[in-house]
Design a protein around this ligand. Structure first.
Ligand SMILES: O=C(O)CCC(=O)C(=O)O
Ligand SMILES: [Fe+2]
Length: 200
């Protein structure tokens, strides 16, 4: 995999890019089915937030349920895992980010207005999370379902909304881009890879 010139340029100047058809339809539908099966089997748990030293649940801030997904968790998720891996290599080569290992999380917003308030995934100097890559698994997502990812690029400050449609990938710099998940009114599935710097 390679980044296009436009993707590399957008990552540097705006801090993000969006790519559709990341897996191709057949593999995307299979990965979606595997993700949904894990949700239905009760493998996800309500996500916590950090309040000072404490771990707390506050659904007004964050209403998703999550599972940390290990490689090999399901054969249908394996293809996505490998694509994330080549994405990390491509970003390292194309955008001069020295990325190393990554963690993958499956997240489900159950609808009913579940959201995630504006935040950053990492703060400069505090964490070694460098790049966030989110892959969406929602077939038949409609505008009335809400649940867009709202990005706040540093350069313009004008928000950009990304609909969480099947097989769409959004990639951004974890330390730079503030973002928010707007209230979702249907089950909203995503798999996110967080890439760390090479030192860990
Ligand atoms: O699912 C999304 O679009 C973003 C989720 C998010 O911001 C996070 O889990 O940190
Ligand atoms: Fe985030």
């Amino acid at each position: 995999m390679e980044l296009t010139d436009a993707e590399a340029e957008a990552l540097g100047s705006q801090g993000y890019f969006v790519r559709d058809a990341f897996l191709g339809e057949a593999r995307a539908l299979a990965a979606r089915a595997a993700a949904l099966a894990r949700v239905k089997a009760g493998m996800l748990k309500p996500a916590g937030i950090r309040r000072g030293a404490n771990h707390a649940l506050d659904t007004s801030v964050r209403g998703d349920h999550i599972e940390w997904v290990l490689p090999g968790a399901a054969p249908e998720l394996e293809a996505l895992w490998h694509r994330f891996q080549s994405l990390g290599e491509a970003v390292s080569a194309g955008a001069y980010l020295g990325l190393g290992r990554f963690d993958v999380q499956l997240a489900c917003y159950p609808g009913g207005g579940a959201r995630y308030a504006r935040h950053r995934d990492a703060f400069p100097g505090q964490s070694n999370r460098r790049l966030t890559a989110i892959w969406y698994a929602n077939a038949d997502w409609k505008p009335e379902h809400g649940g867009v990812l709202r990005l706040f690029p540093e350069d313009t400050g004008a928000p950009v909304d990304v609909a969480p449609v099947l097989d769409r990938l959004v990639v951004f710099l974890s330390e730079r881009l503030e973002h928010e998940v707007m209230p979702a009114h249907a089950t909203r599935l995503a798999l996110t890879a967080w890439f760390y710097g090479r030192s860990t």
